[in-house]
Design a protein around this ligand. Structure first.
Ligand code: ADP
Ligand code: MG
Ligand code: ZN
Length: 476
């Protein structure tokens, strides 16, 4: 490919505070329209906003977790535009003095860590929501969301492919969720992403003209929208055209981006400092206090899992992607589970079952001690690995303990050589032709015989003993 792709993301994260950013109204989702409003958030004249300290603390937390410099002095600004969901006629945001700047987030690219720069993190208020359905010739406005605190996290144009963009989003989401500052739900819009993208010839130093893609509400769409836009831009350039700087809307149904507004129609926001709020002065002691309260973050946890439990990096990476998953894993290991087997059961059977039910680990009734008990039953030969799979599934669906399931269903492994020998003899006498062929050198038939013995013993025969006995009997 002759072209290099350049991407920078602007991510809006809704903060998990109980109340709005400049008033005491609740941020609870899904209430009756306009029940969580007050004169401040519906933009009555003469009211005064007061900053929610928790929102500031959350923004600082995020800044510290992404290696940002925390501004000791920052300020809010008015971003002026008219839209019915914005009753004041301006959004309170931050402009020239954001709360955090110059950070970075590490992602893994081709097995190496690549740092994506964070230009800035600033706080702002969300707007309300226009509702066009259900009414005849008019629309409704719900202001419950007006004033809900957001963080905007702006990356440097350091991202070089749609896949890197997805990795960056995933890592950012994991960090926000570890910190407990945002639930990271992209479908519900608590994490939203605008993607800026341009292409340039390899070796060219200046960036190409960028477009900004909106309405991307899943990881899959981040990738798809960017891939579409790369192809589109290259096609325009190759056919002698020029890219125009514009905002484009991703249409997930048609899988294309479409022009929404050009540079000429771009807003002039006439930013100016917000006179109703005092500048924010953050003292070093408070920053230190917040720093000391940060949890162990995904990257550090991954490295620790690798050194402490001897896990491959890819396993560790997957296990730390969600803190509750990492906690579940560690609890099982602390209870005596062999680290790699625990990882395998989580990444294999548990993930498969959770995905099939569209569930997350927090909804899982299977507890780490139950997996560890089951692993013990395998280790001491009570159940075979094959039986363990069905015990695991039963534990997962019923929440019962493995011993109980094994007893109730009579799943104890048959390790009595007499009983196995009988099953082996029966099978060989039933399949005399196959036995002849095996003896004549068709060794791959061993698998067939093992399968038949397992069938006769309902999967309970100790596989090692079955193999040994079959080999003995078939070679004599
Ligand atoms: P605006 O505020 O108008 O959206 P910014 O300068 O703040 O513009 O940039 C927004 C985003 O666009 C940032 O994430 C930045 O990294 C990215 N960006 C800037 N220039 C380019 C470019 N030429 N190609 C791709 N992304 C870019
Ligand atoms: Mg922008
Ligand atoms: Zn309010």
């Amino acid at each position: 490919m002759k072209y290099e792709v350049v991407i920078g993301l602007e991510v809006h994260a809704q903060m998990l505070t109980d109340t709005k950013i400049f008033c005491g109204c609740s941020t609870k989702f899904g209430s009756e329209p306009n029940t969580q409003t007050c004169p401040v958030c519906i933009g009555m004249p003469g009211v005064l906003p007061v900053l929610n300290k928790k929102a500031l603390q959350f923004a600082i937390k995020t800044g510290l977790a992404t290696d940002c410099r925390i501004s000791s002095f920052s300020r809010f600004a008015r971003k002026n535009y008219f839209y019915p969901d914005l009753p004041k006629g301006y959004q309170i945001s931050q402009y020239e003095l954001p709360v955090c700047e110059h950070g970075c987030i590490g992602i893994i690219v081709d097995g190496n860590v690549k740092k994506i720069g964070i230009t800035r993190i600033h706080m702002e208020e969300d707007a309300g929501k226009n509702i066009h359905e259900g009414a005849g010739t008019y629309s409704f406005v719900d202001l419950n969301r007006a004033g809900v605190p957001l963080m905007e996290i702006v990356s440097e144009p350091d991202i070089r492919s749609p896949q890197e963009a997805v990795e960056y989003m995933k890592k950012l989401r994991a960090i926000l969720r570890y910190l407990g500052v945002c639930d990271g739900n992209m479908e519900q819009g608590s994490l939203r992403c605008d993607a800026n993208i341009s292409v340039r010839l390899i070796n060219q130093t200046e960036f190409g003209t960028r477009t900004e893609l909106k309405n991307i509400n899943s990881f899959r769409f981040v990738e798809k929208a960017l891939e579409y836009e790369i192809k589109r831009q290259i096609k325009v350039i190759e056919s002698g055209g020029r890219i125009v700087q514009e905002t484009r809307l991703w249409d997930p149904n048609r899988g294309i981006t479409e022009s929404m507004r050009g540079k000429e129609e771009a807003h002039d926001y006439r930013y100016f400092p917000e006179p109703d709020l005092v500048p924010i002065v953050v003292e070093k002691e408070w920053i230190d206090e917040i720093k000391a309260s940060l949890p162990e973050l995904p990257d550090i946890k991954r490295d620790r899992f690798v050194t402490e439990y001897g896990l491959p990096e890819t396993d560790a990476d997957l296990l730390v992607s969600e803190k509750p998953l990492a906690d579940w894993y560690e609890e099982a290991v602390k209870l005596g589970g062999q680290p790699k087997s625990v990882a395998n059961w989580i990444m294999g059977d548990l993930m498969r079952l959770l995905n099939a039910d569209n569930k997350i680990i927090e909804d899982c009734s299977l507890k780490p001690n139950q997996l560890v008990d089951m692993l013990r039953l395998m280790d001491n030969g009570t159940i075979s690995g094959k039986i363990a799979k069905s015990v695991f599934e039963e534990m997962y669906t019923t929440g019962k303990d493995p011993e109980g399931i094994v007893k109730e269903k009579g799943l104890v492994q048959i390790s009595d050589s007499g009983e196995i020998e009988k099953a082996v003899d029966d099978v060989i006498s039933k399949y005399l032709k196959e036995a002849e062929r095996y003896r004549a050198g068709e060794e791959k038939l061993m698998g067939f015989f093992v399968g038949q013995v397992m069938k006769v013993t309902k999967g309970k025969a100790n596989p090692q003993m079955v193999n040994e006995l079959l080999k003995q009997k078939l070679s004599s």
